[in-house]
Design a protein around this ligand. Structure first.
Ligand code: SF4
Length: 254
């Protein structure tokens, strides 16, 4: 593996998540652009996004647990049990997802649909000298408040940290406004993570992203940061050169 990745031109939420999961995974997926097979987590997350997006768009009087159930039934219909590691896992995942979506979506009482629903933004950030790309899943905006929400299958503390930093920097740069509150619901453990940004968080967010960019651009650090725990379920196992045995002399560009 080449030790220096040429200067990054674009950083996306997905690429950063891949990087903090395992730098080698990021390398194969986003620099070498190797195709990876879809796994059950991606497919279930896609279903969750569809249910959330549809639910927020129905009129308030139709928003209740029955509606959540009918949307899940509709979007879950094409999910094959074969993509899961076992039948038990298939049933557990759908049960937890259903429980949690009913619990949190039915408490949403705002009459007006969110201003942004799964809207992707790109912007150049001068301090980072890079284009940033982020999707606002659910963003409620009024004169007096700005709240962003996300429904994820699961998230590690590092992913939550990343998401909060990225959202604050992004909100300031694109919308010229910081959110009053950010909420991330993690469906597999049923938790809601709430974060209230303060004035200093924009600087902290920029520092965090500058640090990430440096880490990404110097691949000599990948070996010490790679994540052995991910290896058993990693789609790049057969080509991964984390131990140097399959090192390639190619030069890589972002
Ligand atoms: S096999 Fe392991 S070290 Fe290699 S990319 Fe996957 S998770 Fe990272």
């Amino acid at each position: 593996m080449n030790h220096y990745v040429n200067q990054l031109q674009v950083i996306t939420e997905e690429s950063l998540i891949s990087f903090i999961t395992c730098p080698y995974k990021f390398y194969y997926e986003f620099l070498e652009k190797k195709k990876r097979p879809y796994d059950w987590r991606q497919i279930v997350q896609h279903v969750v996004n569809k249910v959330v997006s549809s639910y927020y768009q129905v009129p308030i009087e139709q928003r209740h647990s029955g509606k959540v159930l009918s949307l899940i039934e509709f979007y879950w219909d094409k999910v094959s049990p074969q993509i899961f590691e076992s039948r038990i896992q298939y049933y557990l995942v759908v049960a937890k997802m259903t429980d949690c979506l009913i619990q949190y979506l039915t408490t949403e009482t705002k009459q007006i649909p969110p201003l942004f629903l799964f809207k992707r933004f790109n912007t150049y950030v001068e301090e980072l000298d890079v284009d940033l790309s982020l999707t606002f899943d659910v963003a409620e905006w009024s004169e007096s408040s700005f709240v962003i929400k996300k429904y994820l299958l699961e998230a590690t503390p590092e992913m939550l940290d990343l998401y909060f930093h990225l959202s604050i920097v992004f909100s300031e740069k694109v919308l010229k406004r910081s959110p009053q509150r950010m909420e991330v619901v993690t469906l597999m453990d049923g938790k809601k993570h709430v974060f209230h940004p303060t004035v200093g968080d924009i600087e902290e967010g920029l520092t965090y992203l500058q640090g990430m960019k440096l880490l990404i651009e110097d691949s000599s650090g990948y070996v010490k940061n790679h994540n052995e725990n991910e290896c058993p379920v990693c789609p790049f196992q057969s080509i991964c050169d984390r131990d140097g045995r399959k090192a390639s002399p190619k030069k890589y560009y972002s």
